[in-house]
Design a protein around this ligand. Structure first.
Ligand code: PHE
Length: 341
């Protein structure tokens, strides 16, 4: 058997030396080392041999296959360069033609903004805390001071699962509870980025899935001025050092007081344009001081601890930044859109 193998090896080598073009090379490959090639089949026949011969045969067969593959690769390289040289001589290849562009992927615009936001908060000392996308009603709502049947639930149209009480998170705020329960009573400085889901009628402005970046800082003596200073520092790193920032009073059940954050429109510098609807301001986040009830639910004593929280939407920020007018582009996987970033 081993002898047969050796002569097969010799034959293959002689045949390969005769091969002069890629067509013949292809035929050689198929005949000898392809999936149904004679060498391949010989290798497989090891199972038919008596036990004591198998080891020696197998070892030699593997060597032969490796050797043949190696010579084949070298020979193929040689033939390719000869053929290329010939084609160039014949003028079949116009070396002055522009090259063919290989399509390459790009980072999704939402991911890009998400990373940019994460990087700024990292510089400011915030760590990333990841929490689940599938939540329970209790953490998504109740622990955040939004009881069953409370009218504030209308702010978050919810996807329910078949399991009662198990929902897709409508915002990243339940992550506040997870982070607090993990760290209480120690101080916290985290951001919680991730996908959120809402049962919305999809339109140019509303999607059923979107990212949020939640932020949470808990400690002693954390005050509203800390929140305002921190958010302003973030906004100026994100949108430019001279960018003006303003806070408007608002309402969220889990913060008190609550505010919304606007930056001077980044497209018209506050003069008023279609993106800022003529107002000169763009809303970028909701925020506030963590409600005492929420602190307590997280395991902190509101008489000793205080903190602030904020939530922002990377897709929305991306839309503002690039003047994208329709949020549906984000998840429609249209490469004409994605390739622009
Ligand atoms: N969770 C709020 C929302 O989805 C945003 C928010 C987060 C507001 C944290 C205040 C504090 O609209």
């Amino acid at each position: 058997m081993v002898n047969e193998l050796e002569s097969l090896y010799q034959e293959a080598c002689t045949a390969l030396a005769e091969v002069k073009d890629s067509q013949a090379l292809e035929a050689w490959e198929a005949h000898y080392i392809g999936r149904k090639g004679v060498v391949t089949l010989a290798l497989r026949s090891v199972g038919n041999l008596p036990k004591e011969e198998r080891a020696a045969f197998g070892k030699r067969a593997n060597e032969i296959r490796d050797a043949l593959e190696q010579t084949y690769t070298e020979h193929a390289e040689l033939i390719r360069s000869h053929e290329l040289a010939r084609q160039m001589e014949e003028g079949a290849i116009d070396v002055t033609l522009p090259g063919v562009r290989t399509p390459s992927g790009s980072i999704h615009p939402a991911t890009r903004t998400l990373r940019e936001i994460g990087e700024i908060w990292r510089e400011m000392g915030f760590q990333i805390f990841r929490t689940r996308e599938v939540e329970d009603d209790e953490t998504n709502f109740e622990m955040l001071n939004i009881p069953q049947h409370h009218p504030a639930r209308d702010m978050w149209d919810t996807f329910h699962t078949l399991t009662p009480g198990v929902i897709l998170r409508t915002h990243t705020s339940p992550g506040q509870i997870h982070a607090m329960r993990r760290y209480a009573p120690k101080p916290i400085r985290v951001i919680l980025p991730g996908m959120c889901f809402r049962y919305e009628q999809i339109s140019a402005r509303k999607e059923i899935q979107f990212n949020q970046v939640e932020g949470l800082a808990i400690g002693t003596n954390i005050r509203l001025s800390d929140l305002k200073g921190t958010i302003t520092a973030f906004a100026q790193r994100m949108f430019g050092a001279d960018r003006r920032v303003r806070f408007r009073g608002s309402y969220f059940p889990f913060t008190e007081p609550s505010m919304e954050v606007d930056v001077e429109c980044i497209l018209c510098d506050g003069r008023g344009c279609s993106v800022c609807s003529g107002s000169g301001w763009l809303e970028i986040a909701g925020c506030g001081m963590v409600h005492p009830t929420v602190l307590r639910n997280g395991g902190y004593d509101p008489s000793l601890h205080s903190g602030f929280a904020f939530g922002m939407g990377p897709e929305r920020i991306t839309m503002l930044k690039y003047g994208i007018t329709d949020i549906r582009y984000f998840w429609s996987n249209d490469t004409r859109f994605l390739a622009q970033f």
